[in-house]
Design a protein around this ligand. Structure first.
Ligand code: ADP
Ligand code: ZN
Length: 290
């Protein structure tokens, strides 16, 4: 089955043609400009490729409720040109095939549970820590939407006493994204995150904040695996720090095989940064079957 996949990001759009096994036959990336400029480029890539369905995992917020009049739209995004843009409708009209749609992070968790290390698991959390922080949640075999969709990057965090940084989120003084996303690290310490690699105090604080959020997610959602992706998680020294801080914060209260084996519980993404685009192939397959 030939399927189309689009990972719609705030800075770039990754487009691929592949199949239901997760194999990618062809992939390109175009910069995200305005819908007027970018949509025709995307349509040009997908048309005449014989795709039977398209899966789109998008930056948000997005409307995922199929009963809503604006289902398939990007809604209150700060990227003004895309605000209220009907991305699903645009592709359905131009390509005439079913279009599956979800958040970018739900795409990534779907890639990992369909094709990656989380295959066979029914409750998995995928957290990306990059320009922003976002969580994709697969729960009892379904992508979690709920009232809107999870916005778990904005959970509130208790600031450490020695951290005088004000936080970067315009909505919250002390949310995870505002304190721990790449831009916050860079503003707090005054250097590119990559250049801070050997500053132990940077990653110790970062791990503290990430561990607080993960502890809350563990206690609320009871995930069987937590996958951490995004640019910031390229700092691999974060993993052991986060694992030991989560163990400490849980305080021995949650006694499961998973939590007892932290090295296999809190893990990096497994699909060489293709988890998002592969998840889009699965979104397309599901849209075809609906
Ligand atoms: P996006 O979130 O825009 O999709 P990324 O996940 O690559 O993109 O995140 C970009 C952010 O991640 C940048 O703000 C930068 O601070 C941070 N980052 C990128 N690479 C690294 C790295 N190797 N080490 C630490 N931080 C990084
Ligand atoms: Zn926030």
């Amino acid at each position: 089955m030939i399927l189309g996949a689009l990972e719609a990001g705030g800075t770039k759009m990754v487009c691929a043609v592949g199949d239901e096994t997760g194999r990618i036959h062809e992939q390109v990336s175009v910069p995200t400009q305005t819908p007027d400029t970018t949509m025709p480029e995307l349509i040009k890539f997908f048309e005449n490729k014989g795709i039977e369905a398209l899966g789109v995992a998008s930056f948000g917020p997005v409307e995922l409720d199929k009963k809503a009049p604006n289902y398939g739209c990007i809604t209150t995004t700060p990227k003004l040109a895309w605000r209220n843009f009907d991305i699903v409708g645009g592709f359905k009209k131009a390509l005439g095939c079913p279009v599956g749609f979800d958040t970018d992070v739900n795409g990534s968790v779907l890639g990992e549970v369909t094709f990656g290390q989380a295959k066979g698991k029914s409750c998995v959390l995928y957290l990306t820590i990059g320009t922003g922080v976002g969580a994709g949640i697969y729960i009892d075999g379904k992508l979690l939407h709920g009232m809107l969709h999870p916005e778990a990057g904005h959970v509130l965090i208790t600031k450490r006493g020695d951290d005088s940084y004000a936080g970067k989120c315009p909505y919250h003084k002390n949310c995870l994204e505002g304190l721990a996303a790449g831009p916050a690290i860079e503003e707090r310490w005054g250097a590119k995150a990559l250049m801070l690699a050997d500053r132990k105090e940077v990653w110790d604080l970062e791990a503290d904040y990430i561990a607080q959020a993960l502890t809350g997610y563990i206690l609320t959602l009871s995930p069987e695996m937590i996958i951490l992706g995004g640019g910031v998680m390229h700092q691999e020294q974060l993993f052991p720090l986060i694992r030991s801080k989560v163990t400490e914060l849980l305080g021995g209260y949650v006694q499961t095989e998973e939590v007892a084996d932290m090295d296999h519980y809190i893990v990096p993404a497994s699909l060489h940064d293709d988890q998002g685009i592969m998840g889009c192939l699965e979104l397309a397959r599901r849209a075809k079957d609906e």
